[in-house]
Design a protein around this ligand. Structure first.
Ligand code: GUN
Length: 301
């Protein structure tokens, strides 16, 4: 059997199309323009690329978009003051401080200073707690797991995962734990596996839904995949690709794709799977914040 390939690029484009149309409607009906502020400290090239594409996509959606670039030696105090000024700015609905931050700044302190109602990353304790207790009407859900759920529900053709075993490999606060909570909210039976899990291949092989979010290139092999399973690969790993020429590299996921695609029922590719969904869901979260400010219902995806 050959798996259905889940086209994250196409689904992300659909989400952005909905956000763009709903933004135009929101502005026309209420005058509220969704506003997003992205803050980057330092000059990490990968972070600069991400931040530029977030700003570009926000403008395409019709948002008011600002990017604050602060020097590498910015003090924690100055960054906290920047966050506070964005918390107080009535035209900003979403604040994203690009991670990682320089070592002399306490990331946790910065995240917890963002007003929860503007925390479009969903990293603040209030949003984590709301997700954990099912208060998703007023929470922000982290973008990567939120996007993974959109892909999963599309692939399976259902919102209800009752009776399905889901295994999430990885227990990060950004992906593994929120993903497990989302799967649980959708009625799946959820296991969180990680580097200390016994018999990891066997645990994975019981999964109707397998989510790999460990950051280890092609760790999940075909014989870890239950025949017909839905496989969501959150990993993005750069590896050497001598077959493309000397010094060349390529992106691979946490799943050995070619062999697993022979076994799975559906699978996300890398690149072009979960990756494009992350920015799309950031736009969706920002629009949700603006809809809450305007007192109208936010679209669902
Ligand atoms: N750096 C890499 N991914 C992310 C993300 O999702 N949010 C933030 N704030 N920083 C990141």
């Amino acid at each position: 059997m050959s798996a259905q390939i889940i086209d994250g690029k196409a689904v992300a484009a659909e989400v952005v199309e909905t956000v763009t149309a709903e933004t135009a409607k929101l502005i026309k009906e209420t005058g509220v323009v969704p506003g997003i502020a992205v803050v980057i400290v330092g000059e990490d090239p990968a972070s600069q690329v991400y931040v530029r594409s977030k700003g570009k996509r926000a403008t395409e959606c019709g948002f008011h978009s600002v990017t604050h670039t602060m020097p590498e030696d910015t003090s924690e105090e100055d960054l906290l003051a920047m966050v506070q000024s964005l918390n107080d700015d009535p035209v900003i609905d979403g604040i994203l401080v690009q991670l990682p931050l320089p070592k002399h700044i306490d990331e946790g302190k910065v995240i917890q200073t963002i007003a929860p109602e503007k925390d479009v990353d969903g990293f603040h304790f209030i949003n984590v707690g709301k997700l954990g207790t099912g208060e998703t009407d007023t929470a922000f859900v982290p973008c990567t797991p939120a996007g993974s759920m959109v892909l999963l529900k599309k692939a399976l053709g259902t919102e209800d995962l009752s009776g399905l075993n889901a295994v999430v490999v990885g227990r990060s606060n950004i992906v593994g734990k929120p993903m497990a909570n989302l799967l649980l909210s959708a009625n799946a039976t959820v296991t969180i596996a990680h580097s200390r899990t016994k018999d990891l291949p066997q645990k994975c092989a019981e999964a109707d839904i397998l989510v790999a979010a460990v950051g280890r290139a092609e760790m999940v092999k075909a014989d870890w995949v239950k025949p017909g399973a839905a496989v969501i690969d959150v990993g993005i790993n750069r590896v050497d690709a001598p077959e493309k020429g000397e010094g060349k590299s390529k992106l691979v996921g946490d799943v050995a794709y070619d062999e697993s695609a022979e076994i799975a029922g559906s699978i996300t590719p890398v690149p072009g799977g979960v990756g494009p969904m992350t920015i799309a869901m950031l736009m969706a979260n920002t629009l949700t914040g603006a809809c809450r400010r305007a007192g109208v219902d936010a679209p669902t995806y």
